[in-house]
Ligand binder design. Structure first.
Ligand SMILES: Cc1cc2nc3c(=O)[nH]c(=O)nc-3n(C[C@H](O)[C@H](O)[C@H](O)COP(=O)(O)OP(=O)(O)OC[C@H]3O[C@@H](n4cnc5c(N)ncnc54)[C@H](O)[C@@H]3O)c2cc1C
Length: 370
């Protein structure tokens, strides 16, 4: 039976491990502190359309492909784990706080329309009809039916259980280096001096992926995000994910089924700075209150920092590397929850069958070679 070591036990590492075990592989996940993983901090939007940028058409296609896999992925995961996947099929309202913000959103709507993804423009009155908790400052916005969300913490738990049921073993530890010989990866060396051998190694270590002493550059850096969790308690609850542009800055509010609302997020080039700052929290709460005033009455239950794994072109790095037997699934940046089903399928197909799905070919490491 082929043996595979997966470095990193976040959503990506766990989902890849599960898919590989389904193919009959003997899989071990080597994972550092789960409390640091972006997978437990993220807001969980599955938002290929409202996340898209005008220049990123290839990434939009990849993100949409992953969204198409979500329903069957979630159904299968729920069946085998016996747990909720966290998927919420609630639409997103992308709303504008000012005239400039509205112009920008209308541009995005037209751009998406031109690519076959029509979004409806709603006036402020129509928006408040759909989502009565929106405040009076909202000028109008897009209703995006297929930008959903997922409770990423539930998803992660279900994936761990599904992987364990198929025999995936987890070793707690920090990988210092990937061992290799004659151009082929042979295993990993951990901080406590263990040498773990394997036929294949998969790097899924999120924002830390650039630091495994590899004989080539893996251009991944951490982008800090501060994020808050509020509890509605007995107060009225949001029905939609709301993303709001107010005077150029963006805030999003993602409701969970239990009344929690995730409010995010700052975007900071601060390396692995772990501080929750007064300014970061203040701005998120201020913007959230402006868009959905009742949030000021909610309980503030959590303030966290996470690190998005970013690359120079904001797109992931998937598949082969210059070392035979070493595969990467890193750089998911702002879309790692959304991309989980696709990346798990793509990497399992590559590691187990040497088949790289065509949708992933623009996203290999080779694109940075020049
Ligand atoms: C504030 C914020 C909001 C976000 N919101 C969204 C969203 O709404 N929608 C969305 O799709 N995405 C979102 N993301 C992005 C998403 O969280 C990430 O892209 C995704 O979680 C990355 O998953 P991962 O498994 O690659 O990395 P991680 O979840 O970071 O996991 C990496 C794992 O590798 C381990 N590790 C690291 N180094 C080593 C080592 N040397 N040895 C062993 N193990 C190691 C870590 O301990 C960790 O377990 C958000 C991210 C942040 C920070």
């Amino acid at each position: 039976m082929p043996t595979t070591l997966v470095v990193g036990g976040g959503l990506i590492g766990t989902a890849v491990a599960w898919r590989l075990a389904q193919r009959g592989q003997h899989v071990t996940v080597v994972a550092g502190d789960p409390g640091q993983a972006a997978s437990g901090v993220a807001a969980g939007m599955l938002a290929p359309l409202t996340e898209s940028a005008f220049t990123e058409t290839a990434l939009l296609a990849l993100n949409l492909d992953s969204l198409r896999r979500w329903e069957t992925f979630a159904e299968e995961l729920e069946r085998v784990s016996g747990l909720p996947s966290g998927l919420h099929r609630t639409p997103t309202l992308s709303v504008a706080g000012g005239t400039d913000d509205a112009a920008r959103l209308r541009d995005l709507g037209r751009w998406l329309d031109d690519r076959g993804h029509p979004c409806r423009w709603l006036t402020s009155r129509e928006l408040r009809g759909a989502e009565p908790l929106l405040g009076p400052s909202v000028r109008g916005g897009l209703l995006v039916e297929r930008d959903w969300s997922c409770d990423n913490r539930r998803l992660w738990t279900a994936l761990r259980v599904a992987a364990e049921r198929l025999g995936v073993r987890t070793v707690t530890g920090t990988v210092l280096a990937v061992e290799h010989e004659d151009g082929r990866a042979t295993g990993v060396r951990t901080e406590d001096g263990q040498l773990l051998a394997a036929d294949e190694v998969v790097i899924a270590s999120g924002a830390w992926a650039g630091g495994h002493g590899l004989p080539f550059e893996l251009p991944v850096r951490p982008v800090k995000g501060q994020v808050l969790r509020l509890s509605a308690g007995r107060l009225p609850r949001l029905a939609h994910t709301v993303r709001a542009f107010t005077q150029g800055s963006e805030v999003y509010l993602v409701p969970r089924s239990d009344g929690e609302v995730v409010v995010g997020a700052t975007v900071e080039e601060q390396g692995f700075d772990a501080r929750v700052t007064a300014g970061g929290v203040y701005e998120l709460l201020r913007d959230a209150r402006q868009v959905v005033p009742v949030t000021a009455e909610y309980e503030l239950s959590e303030c966290r920092v996470g690190w998005r794994p970013a690359t120079p072109d904001n797109a992931p790095v998937l598949g082969p590397t210059p070392l035979a037997g070493l595969t990467v699934g890193v750089g998911m940046y702002r879309n790692g929850v959304l991309l989980t089903p696709l990346v798990a399928d793509v990497l399992a197909g590559w590691v187990d069958d040497a088949h790289l799905e065509p949708v992933a070919t623009p996203f290999t490491l080779e694109r940075f070679a020049s």
